[in-house]
Design a protein around this ligand. Sequence first.
Ligand code: BDP
Length: 499
Amino acid sequence: SSLTLALAALRPASLFAQAPTAALKLGSGAPIAKVPADFIGLSYEAMQLEDPTFFSPANTGLIAEFRKISSHGVLRLGGNTSEFGWWKATPASQPPVRTSGKADNGEPPPTTIFAITPEAIHNLNGFLKATGWTCIYGLNLGFAVEAADVAEARFVAQTLGTHLQYFQLGNEVDMFNRHLRDPKTWGVDQYLKEWVPLALAVQKAVPGAKFGMPDVASDVSWLPKIADRWASLPEKPNVITLSHHYYWGGPPSSANANIERLLRPSPAVAQKAALAREAATKMGVPFRMTEGNTVYQGGKPGLSDAFAAALWGADYLFELMSLGYSGVNLHGGSGHAQAVSVGGFLRGEQLMKDPNVPHPKPFYTPIANEGTLAGSGVDGKLNGKYLIEPVGYGMKFASRFAGTTLLPIDFNPGTVNAVAYAARRADNKVIVAVLNKDASQELTLSMAAAQVIEVLSGSALDQPETHITPGGKSIKSTKAAEGQTITIPAHTAVMLQLR
Ligand code: BDP
């Protein structure tokens, strides 16, 4: 019919339709935020300390990848397993006897128990020295024994010295009702009833001890509730940061956990930030996102470990910078500890019983061990080689903004799914990150003259291949009357420096 003919004639034109040129320029308002130099961080399971050779000065492969992501970041140790460790002060120390908690989906089995030794803490200190990173150290609240927490804290503080930022006590306390505490009585008040005396006991034994809290999983309304109750506490532990977690979506089986949605703006991010900021302002402290990633329960294959996660990771970090966070720790790990943390979701029950059983990497980990890569022909045990995964490349890309001042920006990409952030560096140079997250449309920008510093790209959104390439050879740029026109291909991010 003539209609079909007309449509056919239209098709080539609409296929190659170009989105109109988007103007990008610095906004005129005041700077948005100061980004701390140590904004970038990683989060690992406390159980990773079970193996004292992991965070160790001898683990040079891991140290090299940490340094690539940031020259001075923050390593946070916690996760679900932080309620299951015990401080083995001497080789003769005996494990505590625990009345086991309830089993719950996505939580470590109630029988989980592992030892943390002085050797692990000595090695952690050497690791931190070698990376130039500091540490947020998670102590046990779920199965807390006050004397053990105090002894562990004392040893950790003495050993890590200035590499210790602060302690936290308890991971995702808003979920304790599901497995570790009585749901009928658990809540903000009961939490403070337990947390405050324990923190004060640590503070008494460790002069100068500092704390972050409450490290909730998802219910950020705990933060303003705590801030409300804080003023009336008779004695206050030295809290220097409020914290919460953020997983973009999940569980992995959910149809909503898909790349198309991952790359769309997520209103929950700003909603959580508003609550965190309100509470932090009241208490006069900074706020930090201490654990998070794309999809909980270890991530989703083909999303969490794909190039899309690099664009998501970079955008998420930039967004939290602009929302005033003091830092972000994306979660990951070597495999076994993480498998335990999610109750064996990664590959079944046997993982939790035997750390020597070959195990894969968690799909979302920013840094993976070569031995845990699926299909690599290796045995699933850790070896000395580590590599940055897509989400880790996103962090590395965003780490250029650490230590800068964020500037307002005027940018409307129209129908292209793109975002842009600008910052002034300490040397006064202005850098601009433009993330074209669109699956198919390229983005044509008109802006002031700038030089492309580096490009974050991958072969396809759902493939693992990810590159950060210095310079801008792959980016089309032409001089225009007032500056230049730059064309950023679909699913590609560029870092520009204004001339
Ligand atoms: C978080 C836990 C962490 C898990 C993660 C996950 O704190 O230990 O590994 O979820 O489910 O809630 O992947």
